[in-house]
Design a binder for this molecule. Sequence first.
Ligand SMILES: [Zn+2]
Ligand SMILES: [Zn+2]
Length: 242
Amino acid sequence: MKYKIKIILDKIINFFLPRTCFYCGADLKTKTLLCEDCFKKVEVIKGLICQRCGVPLKYGGQYCYNCRGSKATKYKCSFIRSALKFNEPTRALVHAFKYEKYLNIAPYFAEVMYKTFKQNPEYLETSFLVPVPIYKSRQRKRGFNQAEVLANHLSKLCGIPVLNALVRIKNTKSQTKLTREQRKENISGAFALVKGMEGQIKKEAIILIDDVCTTSATLEECARVLKAAGAREVLALTALRE
Ligand SMILES: [Zn+2]
Ligand SMILES: [Zn+2]
């Protein structure tokens, strides 16, 4: 009986897993997401990074240009880390996950995010993982919110519960072609606290979860709403960093 269940499970898994590399399309011998060559191109973020926003720093120092000096204290999101660099193979993975609904990619991202989580004691004294929400019509079309899927998987690893404390109230246009300033403007007022959440988040430290961090404008806007509602501290953790 157990054997039969295993066969059925394998069939289901085989059905969902492509036998080709998500990036280059090479045939795969084992059930992995990328071929060996493409996996080699996946870069874990380590070494010199900005102490606040986690962006890799080419020339060292403590903070990046945007966080330097008194700027570091003006942010509502006090600590951002990401697991992997956004490059061609990781972009292919996040694309397949979000737009082609390969949800089996999520556990891989959660695993690398958990490694980053464990390396940063800042995350330990937190109460909730709060996924960055997407607009309801987009979520209906996609069938899921990628940040929530990642948070759910990560929660199983780190033991911190997921709280859907935020809602997206503005269907913002794509941020990809916008400058840093335009992104800030575009995302301003896009989020609100879910009704009745004040009591739960008051005085708590929270980790925002998202798939990709680019200028951190989205995380900052979410953090602003959470802090205005009484959260003590807002940190963030994303799978990729652009
Ligand atoms: Zn490949
Ligand atoms: Zn920075």
